[in-house]
Design a protein around this ligand. Structure first.
Ligand code: AMP
Length: 144
C-alpha cells in the first residue's frame, strides 16, 4: 500500500519512467567478450542486459565481469576475449519486474541496484527503470 504523497506522485506517472527496450544498449547471447567489451565501451554504461534473438532477457554483463574472466595468474589474457561468450561470464541472478506497477517495490529494488529490468509474462525484455529517472522525479516532487 502506498502511504505517502510522494508514493502517489511517483505512482501516477510510472508508465513514463521506463526506458523502452529499443533505447537500451544490450548484447546478444552468443556474442563473444570482445564484442561485449566494445558495446560497453561505446555506450558508456558499466552494466547492460544480455538478450537472445527473441529479445528474451538472460542476464547482465559488465566490464568488470569481462576483465575478471580474462584475468590470468600473471597477466590479462586478452586472447580469451574472442574465445569466451557473454553467457559464460554474465550475471544471471538479478531483480526482474514482470509488472512495473508497484512503486514501493521499484524504489526498494533501486536502493541496491542502479536499474531494474522489466519483462513481459513470456520473459521478453521491455525495458529498464533506472535510479536516475526515479530520483529525478523525487527531485521534481521536492521542488514543487
Ligand atoms: P542511470 O541511473 O541513468 O545512471 O543508469 C543506471 C544504469 O542503468 C547505467 O549505469 C546502466 O547500467 C543502465 N542504463 C541506463 N540507461 C541505459 C541504456 N540506455 N542502455 C543500457 N543501459 C542503461
Amino acid at each position: 500500500m502506498i502511504s505517502s504523497k510522494l508514493g502517489n506522485f511517483l505512482s501516477d506517472k510510472l508508465d513514463s519512467y521506463m526506458i523502452s527496450a529499443e533505447k537500451v544498449a544490450h548484447v546478444q547471447m552468443g556474442n563473444n567478450l570482445e564484442h561485449a567489451l566494445l558495446v560497453l565501451t561505446k555506450c558508456g554504461y558499466s552494466v547492460i542486459p544480455v538478450l537472445d534473438f527473441e529479445f528474451k532477457l538472460h542476464g547482465l554483463i559488465s566490464s568488470a565481469m569481462i576483465t575478471d574472466a580474462i584475468l590470468g595468474l600473471e597477466r590479462i589474457e586478452y586472447e580469451r576475449l574472442d574465445q569466451l561468450k557473454v553467457e559464460d561470464v554474465m550475471q544471471t541472478k538479478m531483480p526482474v519486474l514482470t509488472n512495473a506497477t508497484d512503486v514501493e517495490k521499484i524504489v526498494k529494488l533501486l536502493v541496491d541496484n542502479p536499474f531494474i529490468c522489466v519483462v513481459d509474462e513470456a520473459g521478453i525484455f521491455e525495458g529498464i527503470i533506472t535510479r536516475h529517472v526515479i530520483l529525478k522525479q523525487v527531485q521534481r516532487y521536492i521542488h514543487e
